[in-house]
Design a protein around this ligand. Structure first.
Ligand SMILES: Nc1ncnc2c1ncn2[C@@H]1O[C@H](COP(=O)(O)OP(=O)(O)O)[C@@H](O)[C@H]1O
Ligand SMILES: [Mg+2]
Length: 341
């Protein structure tokens, strides 16, 4: 299911130190979220992510603007239609929001009970969903006996039991350790493909975007400041906010796994990303010959992004100043993205 947002706005009144204030939590957001993909929304705490998700998931109405699921406008539906449309959505959260007094199986059964599904069907569906998330043996386990990762698996099973077309994940891995985060992200990607879901992944962690998302919107102060394919955001960030997010993480999720080789601890003064055709061409060699410059490679590797592999390299490029400038410009025209460090 494709989602389209048109100029969404939402303000809240708040009281700060006895002073009344209006907070423009969502400020003119327009976005196209394609179907059958994992789409990231990243922003710092307070950027307006959860407010935006409440509008997109029809939990709250925007002050102005429109939300479309496919061709259907859904932000202004009467209650009955709203309930029907909400069946297309599943949601998971940082704190799992499970019923702690129920077993894993009974949690997964809950949305089906509400929807009036016959008992035998529920029993079968619960087993199917728990198998999907790798928890077949924990059906009768009380929630309190499960680990954080297992709880999020139950939450995923519950969110998807009624076969929605969209899954919203609001900071779904923020309470989990890095290993468990990786497992949950792999599971979400796998299920996304199996069920042809549109997954909207809300996070403040760039690692989550890198490891799970195809495209991403960066939000700040309720506005989208940058939006695009993850590989473009990483290799050619346009805003300071985005540069901040990617500053301390490499494009590769695990250096060892992706075979990065570092010749020295010294960092090169240029970071090069090789996209598409550049990976099969001797671009550096050609650059050196054509512009009479030298290059020295200090580290290199391949990052496996969800939809493409990107080669990258840390290098020094030396020679006459104007020749280096020309060489760098030429690289940019030949599918190599260059960032000066
Ligand atoms: N119901 C509300 N009432 C008042 N202020 C709110 C409400 N919801 C969100 N806000 C404010 O809107 C801003 C964005 O919040 P939120 O959407 O929760 O950000 P994020 O999820 O990115 O951390 C914050 O300043 C927050 O205090
Ligand atoms: Mg939030």
């Amino acid at each position: 299911m494709q989602i389209k947002l048109e100029n969404l706005n939402k303000s809240y009144d708040s009281v700060d130190n006895g002073q009344k204030q209006v907070i423009h939590a969502v400020d003119g957001v327009s976005l196209d979220i394609p179907e059958n993909t994992v789409f990231g929304i990243i922003g710092k705490s307070g950027a307006g992510k959860s407010s935006l998700v409440r509008l997109v998931s029809m939990l709250e109405k925007p002050d102005s603007g429109k939300v479309f699921y496919g061709d259907k406008r859904v932000d202004n539906l009467p209650k009955k239609e709203l309930i029907a449309e909400r069946r297309k959505i599943g949601m998971i959260f940082q704190n799992f929001n499970l019923f702690s007094s129920r077993t894993a199986g009974k949690n997964v059964a809950y949305p089906l009970e509400i929807a009036g599904v016959p008992k035998e069907k529920i029993a079968a569906k619960v087993k199917e969903m728990l198998a999907l998330v790798g928890l077949s043996d924990r059906e009768n386990a009380p929630i309190s006996t499960l680990s954080g990762g297992q709880k999020q698996r139950v939450a995923i099973a519950r969110a998807l039991a009624a076969e929605p077309e969209i899954l919203f994940c609001d900071e779904a891995t923020s309470a989990l350790d890095p290993n468990t985060t990786q497992q949950i992200l792999s599971l979400i990607k796998e299920i996304q493909q199996k069920m042809n879901l549109t997954v909207v992944m809300i996070t403040h962690q760039m690692e989550v975007v890198r490891d799970a998302c195809e495209s991403v919107a960066v939000i700040e102060n309720g506005r989208v400041v940058e939006c695009g394919k993850v590989k473009d955001i990483f290799t050619n960030p346009k805003t300071e906010t985005t540069r901040d997010f990617i500053k301390n993480i490499s494009l590769s999720s695990s250096d060892a796994k992706d075979g990065i080789v570092k010749w020295t601890e010294k960092k090169g003064s240029y970071l090069l990303h090789f996209l598409g055709s550049a990976t099969g061409e001797p671009v550096l060699c050609r650059m050196a010959k054509e512009f009479d410059v030298c290059f020295n490679i200090l580290a290199a590797g391949i990052a496996h992004l969800p939809d493409e592999d990107v080669g990258y390299m840390e290098a020094d490029i030396s020679g006459e100043e104007s020749a280096v400038a020309k060489a760098v410009a030429w690289l940019s025209e030949n599918n190599v993205r260059v960032q000066k460090k």
